[in-house]
Design a protein around this ligand. Structure first.
Ligand code: UT7
Length: 330
């Protein structure tokens, strides 16, 4: 009998209806539609209303899977929410999501690996499935980036957006599903991408608030350089280890941070443009949600047996690539 692998058997997503486009941002900071689109590939992003949390989007995305697959929520073993914008600092968003979707026999926790959160989550979910211990795991990538972005900082506010998407992982004995992964991190990253305030080093105070320490800081140029080389290297390593030529790869599903980073990664891998999946134009960078949002938007393109390479890079730094064989026809 083949090894038990972890396959993705359903996807679901949720995007808030409010659109913030480049023209709106032109009125908020010194920028232009032309600059944003040519430097990032982004035209618009979605924004969740004030007072609503990341869990709302996660619940809606996961509920779509339950409905689509007609599964009994009581059969779900585990719920993982990859996010850097949990509803609250203490009390896992995943625990709330699991209860709200009726997964009352599940356990849930949050996973914080910034833009690589979903990729790391794929590793966690697939390992639990491969162990034989659990049969149904919902992995959600969800972020309300608008809750940590300073809309007077043109370096960050043009990039990020809100959204969520979920996948269901189940066992597969036909050699479909997760094949390999290459994950790395390097603490050098917190110099370049971070939120200083509200943690144990700098707890919230009037001073931390007045100095805007609770907003996301990014040295974009430095992050860009690390992102290009590491995403391409990790993907190259996965190709080499699995004897995959660029012809063998059906699709590249990259984290959507900047179209130029994606283009550079794909070109270093020698992957044709038609195989590189992108929706950054519509949603911007939704951090942990970008990869599952691609799966949701392009689900109809995938065929059983397709070789898909995932690649991400994000805060921490965290990065990596993984290789999955798609398990179903839509
Ligand atoms: O997902 C997690 C990881 N994050 C990433 O991967 C993001 C990586 N970084 C990036 O995507 C890019 O670095 C940015 C999109 C953030 C910035 O693009 P860039 O081409 O690296 O621009 P830059 O920071 O080098 O700035 C170039 C110029 C500067 O002006 P001077 O010094 O040349 O006069 C900036 O002040 O563009 C200026 N600038 C802007 N101009 C108009 C910076 N932001 C803006 C803006 N609108 N929004």
């Amino acid at each position: 009998m083949n090894k038990t692998r972890a396959s993705i058997t359903a996807v679901g997503s949720y995007l808030p209806s409010k659109v913030l486009n480049n023209q709106d941002l032109e009125k908020m900071v010194d920028t232009s539609d032309e600059w944003i689109f040519s430097r990032t590939g982004i035209k618009e992003r979605r924004i969740l209303a004030n007072g609503l949390g990341t869990s709302l989007m996660a619940i809606k995305a996961a509920s779509k899977i339950i409905k689509k697959k007609n599964i009994n929520p009581l059969d779900i073993d585990m719920v993982i929410v990859a996010t850097i914008t949990p509803d609250m600092h203490v009390s896992a968003t995943a625990a709330h999501v699991a209860s709200e979707i009726g997964a009352l026999n599940a356990f849930g926790y949050d996973l914080q690996a910034a833009c690589s959160g979903f990729l790391y989550g794929m590793s966690v979910a697939s390992s639990y499935i491969e162990s034989g211990k659990y049969k149904k795991i919902i992995l959600i990538g969800a972020d309300k980036m608008s809750s940590i972005v300073d809309y007077s900082d043109r370096n960050t506010c043009i990039i990020f957006g809100d959204g969520a998407a979920a996948v269901l992982f189940e066992p597969n004995n036909d050699n479909l599903g997760m094949q390999d992964e290459y994950l790395r991190s390097d603490g050098v990253g917190r110099e370049f991408l971070r939120i200083e305030g509200g943690g144990s080093i700098l707890p919230t105070s009037l001073d931390s608030v007045s100095k805007k320490k609770h907003f996301l800081f990014q040295d974009g140029k430095s992050v860009f350089k690390y992102a290009v080389s590491n995403m391409a290297d990790a993907s190259g390593e996965i190709m080499k280890r699995n004897n995959l030529s660029n012809e063998d790869i059906d699709f590249l599903v990259p984290h959507q941070a900047n179209k130029r980073i994606i283009d550079a990664t794909a070109s270093r891998m020698g992957i044709k443009e038609s195989k590189v999946l992108m929706n950054i134009e519509k949603y911007g960078n939704t951090t942990a949600a970008t990869i599952p949002l691609i799966l949701s938007d392009f689900e109809n393109k995938f065929k059983k047996g397709d070789n898909i390479i995932f690649a991400a890079f994000g805060g921490g730094f965290t990065w990596g690539a993984s290789y999955l064989k798609w398990a179903y026809n839509t």
